[in-house]
Ligand binder design. Structure first.
Ligand SMILES: Cc1cc2nc3c(=O)[nH]c(=O)nc-3n(C[C@H](O)[C@H](O)[C@H](O)COP(=O)(O)OP(=O)(O)OC[C@H]3O[C@@H](n4cnc5c(N)ncnc54)[C@H](O)[C@@H]3O)c2cc1C
Length: 416
């Protein structure tokens, strides 16, 4: 039986980041990806400055990505276009990088670092009692359905980077926490003469077909290659979420942005996917979960690529440092880095699930330049509970205030 230091289930940004980092430091790494080389992923393709910082840390050449200077926020009749601030912590620009190309660049970097990559291979954890001791792998067909005989591979650490919870998560008890927030979003691409725009555009005042305010946003993310990524996303805390028709919402958003962006027809059928924002467990004996598999998506902007990259690097570094303590230290360090901020985000999502609060909050969020700058910092993922300055103070206050209000917010949740 083949034996490796680290087996990684999933070859998205999180799995690739872990593989790059561990292989560069001399670990034997194998990555299993259900899809083919160059597979696509339903996404907005937006990279915040924080994500660009993480890609830099991985030494990924970003010449193929479209550079973004800031964010244009639209709420009702107000539009504010702001550049990302220059901070000591993150670069002052973001990017749009279509996932087919971004993910390929990352997984190719993992291969170049010495990791073995097996595409069209579905891997499931092998359990010995409650301990994961490696994976069982089967080749997949074009539809990613497992075919052929299974092969077992032993690993000291199995990293679950399989995206939103599916079979692997069910086997490990790492599914979403019932009643917690999650997101759904849909996207397509269209041609536009404005593909070279240097700002992401987010329309914060979305409504469903009944005119109810939707906690979420519509986006136009110009890709610099003749196309724009167009999409809408919503949080599960809104009333009527289960009946929300994302295709209809995308169609009406498209009608709103069509004149300004002069977009052509959809270049592909709009596709929707989940954004997980919680997990019951992110570690267990022999395994850790990273990226979406660990519920690491920001409820305030739907960003998950950065967290995937950061958590992947962290898991790899801790394994290299000491394989005996990686599980406990990873759990603690992910907690320290992300838990408080993401918890604030989830609480916030219950608040804006109430249409009245959302409508008035939106007006406020872009009402003055300084308040809009705080909204920018939140939307751009430039702020967390440790950020200094006004945005950091607002975040700190929000954490305390929303913490107190949390039981009430959940009890009076708008969702139906
Ligand atoms: C519509 C939409 C728009 C979004 N827009 C943005 C955005 O603009 N910016 C942003 O930062 N984030 C965005 N996100 C979130 C972002 O796409 C995810 O957070 C990100 O892809 C997480 O990366 P990951 O590596 O954890 O998971 P994934 O990218 O989902 O990769 C997981 C991989 O694991 C593979 N896999 C699953 N199970 C197995 C198995 N058993 N064996 C082998 N392989 C397996 C899958 O095929 C997949 O390739 C968006 C999400 C959606 C749905």
């Amino acid at each position: 039986m083949q034996k490796v230091d680290i087996a990684i289930i999933g070859g998205g940004p999180a799995g690739a980041a872990a593989a790059i980092r561990a292989a560069r430091q001399g670990a034997s790494v194998i990555v299993f990806e259900k899809g083919p080389h160059g597979r696509d992923k339903v996404c907005g393709d937006g990279l915040t400055p924080r994500a660009v910082g993480a890609l830099r840390e991985l030494e990924i050449d970003m010449a193929d990505a479209h550079r973004i200077r800031g964010l244009r926020m639209i709420a009702g009749k107000t539009t504010r276009e702001l550049d990302w601030p220059t901070t000591g912590r993150f670069p002052n620009h973001g990017a749009v990088w279509p996932r087919r190309r971004l993910d390929k660049a990352l997984i190719d970097a993992a291969a170049a670092a010495g990791a073995e990559i097996r595409f069209e291979s579905e891997a499931l954890p092998v359990l010995d009692g409650d301990r994961v001791v490696g994976v069982e792998v089967r080749p997949t067909s074009d539809e990613r359905v497992p075919t052929g005989a299974a092969e077992r591979i032993a690993a000291d650490l199995t990293i679950v980077a399989a995206g939103p919870p599916g079979q692997v998560a069910r086997m490990l008890g790492a599914t979403r926490v019932d009643g917690e927030t999650f997101g759904l979003a849909i996207r397509s691409y269209a041609e536009t003469p404005r593909h070279g725009d240097e700002h992401l555009e987010a329309m914060l005042s979305l409504e469903d077909e009944n005119g109810t305010a939707v906690p979420g946003y519509g986006w136009m993310f110009p890709a610099g290659d003749g196309t724009v990524n167009i999409g809408v996303g919503a949080l599960s805390t809104m009333k009527g979420f289960k009946k929300l028709n994302l295709n209809t919402m995308l169609d009406s958003y498209r009608r709103v942005v069509e004149p300004d962006w002069e977009i052509g027809p959809n270049l592909e059928r709009p596709r929707a996917w989940r954004l997980p924002m919680s997990t019951q467990k992110r570690v267990g004996p022999g395994w850790v979960a990273i990226g979406d598999a660990a519920g690491l998506v920001n409820p305030m902007n739907g960003e998950g690529i950065d967290y995937g990259l950061e958590s992947g690097m962290l898991a790899a570094d801790l394994f290299i440092d000491d394989p005996a303590t990686v599980i406990e230290r990873y759990d603690a360090e992910v907690g320290e880095r992300f838990d408080a901020f993401l918890r604030t985000g989830r609480r916030f999502s219950f608040l804006i699930g109430h249409p009245w609060i959302l409508k008035n909050g939106l007006r406020f969020s872009v009402s003055t330049e300084s308040i809009a700058n705080i909204t920018l910092a939140v939307m751009g993922n430039l702020v967390d509970n440790e950020t200094p300055g006004a945005a950091g103070r607002v975040m700190w206050l929000a954490d305390k205030g929303l913490g107190l209000a949390d039981p009430l917010l959940r009890k009076t949740r708008a969702a139906a």
